[in-house]
Design a binder for this molecule. Structure first.
Ligand code: ARG
Length: 276
């Protein structure tokens, strides 16, 4: 499909349900990815204001946002995407790689059991939720290399009953799949090829030959940490070239400023867990 063919496409948004966690205890007090520098000050009230703007934006677009209470001592709990993976009401809990975040797994799982989810699995293997599991139509793309154990991919496939496609990340700056790849629709994605091993790049080309490829500049401002509702694509405002590419394909990019949360290595998608 050429760009000329796709500009005429009318994109339709579908209403979504998200789980978000207010950054009331957010800070950078340890470093578990190259973005985190505890010596660099974080404006925690600005972080809260930026997060609130994202939540308001979702609601103004007609989406529903559920909120989980943050726990003191868990500064990264704001990154709700890591709390679980939810497909067809089935909740695969998260088991974190680093001890600093371990307590978030049971905290998120408790939210689900308290909110009527009965199909809930406490996982055997390390997986960091939607940080590494991204659902595209009836498939699940699964990251590994830094956080999620590849053995978790088989566990997820068995639990969800959907094909899980493993992809290996190689660049520590893009330590979660959702920092290097974003789902745009039931069958479209955008990604940064250099974040993946050569074999994984081939797999992505095979499955998504028409994908939007991000430049190094856009990837570096976390442009791929984006959330699409099928029409609107919320992404870091600084990802200038991706916004142009998205417009060419008929999407409506909406730039969001989450600069304080970026100091912990997170942005739009990291703050958002989709409840399917
Ligand atoms: N500081 C957090 C960590 O390193 C950031 C998590 C970002 N979340 C995400 N879905 N990529 O674990």
């Amino acid at each position: 499909m050429s760009v000329a063919d796709v500009t005429t496409v009318t994109r339709t948004a579908t209403p979504r349900r998200f789980l978000m966690c207010p950054p009331r205890h957010f800070d950078v007090t340890y470093s578990i990815n190259p973005w985190m520098n505890p010596a660099k000050p974080v404006d925690t009230s600005l972080a809260f204001a930026q997060w609130t703007e994202l939540k308001n934006l979702y609601e103004s677009l007609g989406h529903t946002v559920e909120v989980i209470e943050p726990l003191p001592g868990l500064p990264d709990m704001v990154f709700a995407a890591n709390g679980a993976t939810v497909v067809n009401g089935r909740v695969l809990g998260a088991r974190f790689r680093h001890v600093e975040r371990t307590a978030e797994g049971p905290a998120y799982l408790a939210w689900f059991t308290e909110h009527g989810y009965t199909d809930v699995l406490w996982p055997e293997h390390i997986n960091e939720g939607e940080g590494d599991y991204l659902v595209v139509g009836r498939k699940v793309l699964a990251g590994t290399g830094f956080r999620t154990d590849p053995r978790s991919h088989a566990e997820a496939q068995e639990y969800f009953g959907l094909p899980v496609i493993g992809l290996t990340l190689v660049n520590p700056e893009f330590y979660h799949l959702d920092t290097a790849l974003a789902v745009l629709s039931e069958n479209e994605i955008m990604y940064y090829p250099d974040a993946f091993t050569p074999g994984s790049q081939e797999v992505l080309r095979e499955l998504f030959p028409d994908a939007i490829l991000a430049t190094a500049e856009d990837a570096a401002v976390f442009g791929l940490n984006a959330l699409s509702d099928g029409r609107h694509v919320l992404l870091p405002d600084a990802a200038v070239q991706l916004k142009t590419r998205l417009r060419e394909r008929g999407f409506e990019p909406i730039g969001v400023d989450l600069t304080e949360l970026l100091k912990a290595g997170g942005s739009v998608k990291c703050c958002t867990l989709e409840l399917r």
